[in-house]
Design a protein around this ligand. Structure first.
Ligand SMILES: Cc1cc2nc3c(=O)[nH]c(=O)nc-3n(C[C@H](O)[C@H](O)[C@H](O)COP(=O)(O)OP(=O)(O)OC[C@H]3O[C@@H](n4cnc5c(N)ncnc54)[C@H](O)[C@@H]3O)c2cc1C
Length: 385
């Protein structure tokens, strides 16, 4: 089918990549975005008071091992090297995250070598737990009670609004400890932050004669009939008018403050104590150490249950949501003319690099179907996994 008329709902990375690929092949694409800006949750803008580039929907660090994705993002802007080094305040002291040899030695007041630290933690691990069922049991088995209570218990409770005894063990998949002094939060080969922020990068991806971007324009499923196909990166439940109930999300409130100078000396400080109601404080200017600002903007981040009208951030994906998701997926597979993409369309947490990888693959598959005149699938990945 040459020159199709396509709709992309949402102007985050998912649909920016899909729209661009299909526009370059000659298709006409209309991008609907209900917000006043592109880039979805990766949006960055300058704080009007301090001039600092802020990550409006929470801190975003680009990290990947995927060379094609890394090359792709470089096409649209310069990435400055950035290593994410997170700190944690808990039980009256500041530690380095992820838990590493420095954290262990500082926390226990020891001078252990890597091998000694392994033995030390192995002795603390609760091996009376056979097959861990909950997040708490998993953490106790990996690191023992002291580290669990300092670094996981309060933080997890605040982040998910549920006791770690009710969360599945699968959340903590691997031993969350390093037995060396490596405090680089991510272990990917490529890591950086776009020099001019993410939004301009996405604007560039979307700048093409075959792409029309409509901001502050909410797509209503009733508009579907005017397009040959729709790529929907909004919430899958809202596309079907929540007929099997709303899928649960955690939302975040960001309490903005401005200060003089340097507020906390690092970009991200986590707070492990349950008594402190926020999970972390982000000081945005540390994401752009190549800039200099006299004042500073910080966001105090509080997590809570999502209500209608809130921004959906983290999908909950417990049993109840998984059952409802299965119903929506069945409905989507029975529908024609719409594909569900991205973090909200497939109800999964996705890092930016995975989002872009999936969008590149989706765009290629969709292009093939459009060329052959065969139906484009409802999903390009399995959302129920
Ligand atoms: C707090 C937080 C921190 C994160 N930090 C990192 C990080 O450090 N590194 C990393 O790699 N990833 C990070 N991510 C993940 C990153 O945000 C996602 O990978 C990315 O946003 C996914 O892009 P998307 O296009 O799928 O969705 P989104 O960015 O959510 O875009 C979807 C867009 O669709 C629009 N929309 C929805 N419904 C409609 C409708 N009916 N009509 C019109 N528009 C609609 C929305 O307004 C939104 O702009 C983080 C995520 C969160 C929640």
């Amino acid at each position: 089918m040459p020159n199709c008329k396509l709709a992309c709902v949402g102007a985050g990375f998912s649909n920016a990549v899909i729209a661009r690929h299909l526009a370059e092949l000659g298709h006409e694409v209309v991008v609907f975005e209900e917000r006043s800006h592109v880039a979805g949750n990766c949006h960055t803008e300058r704080d009007s008071e301090t001039g600092v580039m802020v990550h409006s929907y929470g801190p975003h660090i680009f990290h990947t091992d995927d060379e094609e994705v890394w090359d792709y993002v470089q096409r649209w802007g310069t990435f400055k090297p950035y290593v994410n080094r997170v700190k944690a305040t808990t039980q009256g002291a500041v530690y380095s995250l992820p838990i590493n040899l420095h954290t262990i030695n500082q926390f226990f007041g020891t001078t252990l070598s890597p091998a000694e630290a392994r033995r030390f933690l192995a002795a603390k691990a609760d091996d009376s737990i056979g097959e861990p069922q909950s997040f708490e049991e998993q953490a106790l088995r990996f690191v023992g009670r002291e580290l669990y209570e300092a670094f996981f218990k309060g933080y997890t409770l605040k982040q998910w609004g549920r006791s770690p005894t009710e969360l599945p063990a699968s959340i903590l998949k691997r031993l969350p400890v390093r037995f060396n002094y490596d405090d680089n939060y991510f272990s990917h080969r490529f890591q950086g932050i776009p020099e001019e922020g993410y939004t301009i990068l996405v604007e560039r991806i979307l700048t093409h004669p075959n792409i029309e971007v409509r901001l502050e324009s909410r797509f209503d499923p009733g508009m579907a009939s005017t397009f040959d196909h729709i790529f929907y990166s909004g919430p899958i439940d809202s596309f079907f008018e929540n007929r099997f109930g709303r899928l649960g999300y955690r939302t975040l409130d960001f309490h903005r403050e401005t200060h003089d100078g340097d507020y906390q000396g690092c970009a991200v400080m986590n707070y492990g104590d349950e008594a402190v109601d926020y999970t972390r404080i982000t000081e945005h200017k540390h994401f752009a150490p190549w800039e200099s600002h006299e004042k500073t903007t910080v966001y105090r981040e509080v997590s809570r249950e999502h209500q209608p009208g809130d921004v959906p951030y983290y999908p909950v994906r417990l049993l109840k949501e998984q059952n409802a998701l299965a119903e929506y997926v069945k409905l989507a597979r029975g529908s024609r003319g719409v594909s569900f993409v991205g973090r909200l369309g497939t109800y999964r947490y996705l890092d930016m690099d995975v989002t872009i990888r999936e969008a590149l693959d989706a765009a290629r598959q969709a292009a093939h179907h459009l060329a052959e005149g065969t139906p484009i699938p409802a999903f390009f990945v399995e959302p129920l996994k």
